[in-house]
Structure formats: C-alpha cells, structure tokens
Design a protein around this ligand. Structure first.
Ligand code: LMR
Length: 333
C-alpha cells in the first residue's frame, strides 16, 4: 500500500514536471491588460477565456486581469518575460522600450486609411517579421487585435496645428508618437494608461489621443472639454505570451488554445469598429465633451504638419519596413 502511494506521488510529480496537471490543478494562464472590460480588447480577452476553458474542458484556467489590476504599462513586459504573467495584449506603440522599434511603424500618422489597410500589414511579411523579432526576448506573438483610430482631446478646441502649441499631451511609450506631438508644437509626456484620467483631471497634462472606446470607458469625457475627430493614427494590439511557457504546454492543449486564439481574434476584429462607433455616440450623449469634426482644410493642415514624422523616423523604424508598409497599403507620401 505504502509502495503504491509512493509510486502515485512519483508519477504525479513526473507529470507535473512535464507540464501535465491533474483535473484538480488546471494550467493557469494569467492574462493582464490595461483597459476596461467593456472595450474591444477587454471583450476579446473574456471571449478567449471562455473558448480556452471550454475547449480544454477545464484543463486550462484563464484569469483575465483588466484595467491594470495586475500589471501596469512599464511593468507588464518584464513580468511576461519573467513568467509572472503568461499573456498580454499591449498596444503596438509599447514595444519600443523592449527594443523592437519597428513596431512603431503602426504609429506613423495617416499611414492607414482604414481597418483593411491594417489587416494587409498584420497578415503580411511585416506582421510576421515583427513577431519573429520577439522570439529572442522569450516572447511569442500569437495574434494582432484591432482597436481603432485615434482622436485628439484637450480642454481647448484643437482644429489646426497652431492650436497644439505648448500644450502637454500624454502619449504611449513610442518615440514616433513623441515626434508626432512635437511636430504639432505640443509637449509629449509618456505616461502609463492607468494614470491618464488623474493626470488630465489635475492638469499634469492638458490633453491626449485615444480611440473613442478608450476615451469613453476611462471616463475622459469628464475631464476633457473637446474631442476632435482627427483619425490621425491607429491603435491596436499584439497578443503575446511567454515563449517558454507556451512551448512547454502539452501539444493537445496548445492546439486547442491556438484555435481559441484564432476565433477570439476574429471576434476582436469584427467588433472593434462598432465598439468605437458606439463609444463615440455615448460620449456625444453625455454632453460633457464637445465633438469637433475637422473641415477638409483643417485635416489637410494637420496632415501636412505630421507627414514629416515618417521621414524623421526612418532610421528608428527602418526604411525598408516603412517602404514595405507603403507598398502593402498603397500609401503615397
Ligand atoms: C494607451 O496606453 O493609451 C493604450 O495603449 C491603452 C490600450 O491598451 O488600449
């Protein structure tokens, strides 16, 4: 009896070492992100959890931590590399500090006309090249998820570049975005997403840029009097995992999770536009923020001021990477 007990212990230890856990001990995937649940990313993360748990029949448990409750910007990448969290979906504008600056090609102003352009790039050679670059950092890229196109906000009306002169604008940790604000005469300030509401409220910064879904779900309409529909740039995500963890999963579990991710990606990209349209409508309804639609002349003036950012960042983002994206989307500078 004693011997059989010892055998069972040894066997379960061996299985655990091989990454196989018993029914009582599911494989836990902590999935941390910084936005609200009621956003394209928040909803897609929940959908992935549902599919992953169903399809692995409970062998995998996905714990989603929204709203920076587990890790904030500036902490989460390191936490992923160390294995304190297994899955993240940072904005493509947040990979520069990790040393993969080519991701900032997505931040170039006016480079994409719409979601179709984006999908040409994420499903093409540039999308694949970017994921390849993550591997040496113990990170695996699984998918690209859409959010939407950004609008500028402040407590003053922002119509033309002159309106930006001297105002402090919060940005994500991307040098391209810093250059974008500087090209408008504004002062960029990198700040974690979780700190933006308070910074706007207390005047640490004057304004920011967001897709409507982030603007509305962070209640920025309470602290920003004007939102200008500039649509000047894109914000989307790369879903990434700790490479060692992912590759150590039992093959059947990994297959099920890859399938769940594929379906969650379709879901994310299907809902993104509507989520943003609805959020903009919701901002309008609150009546707290005036929504400005720029005239064609104002839009042209913004474009003219911002297009220099492409050339200025050739050495950072890669001349070839930019040229490839231009080709894929048919962009003519
Ligand atoms: C931001 O920091 O503004 C965004 O990256 C937040 C997000 O994840 O959408």
């Amino acid at each position: 009896m004693k011997f059989r007990f010892a055998l069972a212990i040894a066997a379960s230890a061996m299985l655990a070492a091989a990454g196989v856990t018993s029914a009582q001990q599911p494989i836990v995937i902590k999935f941390s992100h910084v936005v609200a649940v009621d956003t394209p990313k928040g909803k897609a993360a929940e959908y992935f959890k549902k599919l992953a748990e169903e399809r692995t029949k409970g062998r995998v448990k996905v714990e989603v931590y929204p709203n920076s409750t587990l890790f904030k910007d500036g902490e989460e990448m390191e936490a992923l590399q160390l294995g304190s969290v297994q899955m993240l979906a940072p904005s493509l504008a947040k990979f520069g500090p990790l040393g993969v600056r080519e991701f900032e090609v997505f931040d170039l102003p006016y480079i994409f006309d719409g979601y179709d352009d984006l999908h040409k790039v994420t499903s093409g050679p540039v999308g694949a090249m970017l994921f390849k670059k993550l591997e040496s950092k113990n990170i695996l890229g699984l998918a690209y998820w859409d959010n939407g196109f950004k609008d500028m906000s402040a407590n003053k009306a922002l119509r033309v570049p002159a309106d930006y002169k001297g105002i402090k604008m919060r940005i994500q940790s991307s040098k391209v975005l810093g250059d974008q604000m500087k090209a408008l005469g504004a002062i960029p300030q990198v700040m974690a997403f979780s700190e933006v509401y308070q910074a706007l409220q207390t005047g640490v910064v004057d304004g920011t840029e967001n897709p409507p879904s982030n603007f509305f779900t962070q209640k920025m309409n309470e602290v920003q009097k004007f939102l200008t529909l500039t649509n000047h740039g894109y914000l989307g995500y790369a879903v990434i995992v700790n490479k060692k963890f992912w590759e150590g999963l039992p093959a059947d579990v990994r297959t099920a999770l890859d399938g769940a991710m594929k379906d969650a990606t379709k879901y994310a990209n299907d809902i993104a536009k509507k989520e943003n349209d609805d959020a903009l409508e919701a901002v309008r309804k609150t009546g707290k923020t005036e929504i400005i639609t720029p005239t064609p002349e104002q839009r042209d003036a913004m474009k003219k001021a911002l297009i220099v950012v492409h050339k200025d960042n050739e050495s950072r983002v890669g001349k070839e990477t930019i040229a490839e994206v231009y080709r894929e989307v048919g962009f003519k500078p």
